[in-house]
Design a protein around this ligand. Structure first.
Ligand code: HEC
Length: 171
C-alpha cells in the first residue's frame, strides 16, 4: 500500500513539473523514448542474470530463515539488487522488443512495482522481519506474473539458463 502511495505521489510530481515547464508537447511521449540511456544487454538478460537471481533468495527466506549475520547481509544485498533491477528494466536494452515494451505505461508501472517491492524487501530484511519478507515474496509473485501475463509470457519460465525458481520441496 505504501508503495502505491509513493508511486502516485511521484507521478503527480512529475505531472506538475511537466505542466509548469510547458514543454510537454514538444517532448517525446514516453519516459523510455525520452531516455538517453540504453542498457548494453537485453531486458531478458537482466531478468535472467539479475531479477531472477535476486528474487529467489527472498522467496527461499520464507521457508528457510537466514541464520547467521552473513546470511542476513547476503539477503539484504539481494533485496537491493531487486530494487535496482526494477529501475534497470524500465530502460530498454538490446532485445528486439525492449523499446516497444519500455514505451508502454503498463511496463513502466510493473517496473516501478518491482522497484518499490524491492525497497520494501530491503526494509523488511533490515528489520529481520520474516513475516514481512514472506508477504513481500507473495507480492513479488504478483508483480512477476502480472508483467509476464501482460506481456504474454508464461511463468515460471524455463529461463535462459534453463533454471526454474526453487520451491520448498527442493529442500
Ligand atoms: C516489467 C515487466 C516484467 C517484470 C516486472 C518481470 N519480468 Fe521477467 N520478463 C519480462 C519479459 C518481457 C521477459 C521476456 C524477455 C524476452 O523474451 O526478451 C521476461 C523474462 C524473464 C525470464 C527469462 C525467461 C527465459 O526463458 O529466458 C525470467 C527467468 C524472468 N523474466 C523472471 C522474472 C521474475 C522472477 C520476476 C519478478 C521477481 C520478473 N521476471 C519480473 C517482463 C517482466
Amino acid at each position: 500500500m505504501k508503495s502505491v502511495a509513493v508511486a502516485v505521489i511521484a507521478l503527480s510530481l512529475f505531472a506538475c513539473s511537466e505542466a509548469t515547464t510547458g514543454t510537454a508537447a514538444a517532448e517525446p511521449e514516453t519516459a523510455a523514448a525520452a531516455s538517453p540511456y540504453r542498457l548494453p544487454v537485453s531486458i531478458n538478460d537482466v531478468m535472467v542474470a539479475l531479477v531472477n537471481d535476486a528474487a529467489n533468495p527472498i522467496w527461499m527466506a520464507a521457508w528457510k530463515a537466514p541464520k547467521s549475520a552473513d546470511d542476513w547481509k547476503n539477503l539484504e544485498r539481494r533485496a537491493y539488487q531487486l530494487q535496482l533491477a526494477g529501475l534497470l528494466i524500465a530502460t530498454p536494452g538490446t532485445g528486439a522488443l525492449d523499446e516497444k515494451w519500455a514505451a508502454k505505461p503498463a511496463w513502466q508501472q510493473w517496473s516501478n512495482q518491482l522497484r518499490y517491492t524491492g525497497a520494501d524487501a530491503v526494509a523488511a530484511v533490515q528489520n529481520r522481519d520474516l513475516i514481512a519478507i514472506a508477504n513481500i515474496g507473495d507480492q513479488l509473485v504478483v508483480v512477476c506474473e502480472g508483467c509476464h501475463t501482460d506481456f504474454r509470457l508464461p511463468f515460471p519460465t524455463g529461463g535462459k539458463f534453463g533454471e526454474l525458481s526453487p520451491s520448498p520441496s527442493d529442500e
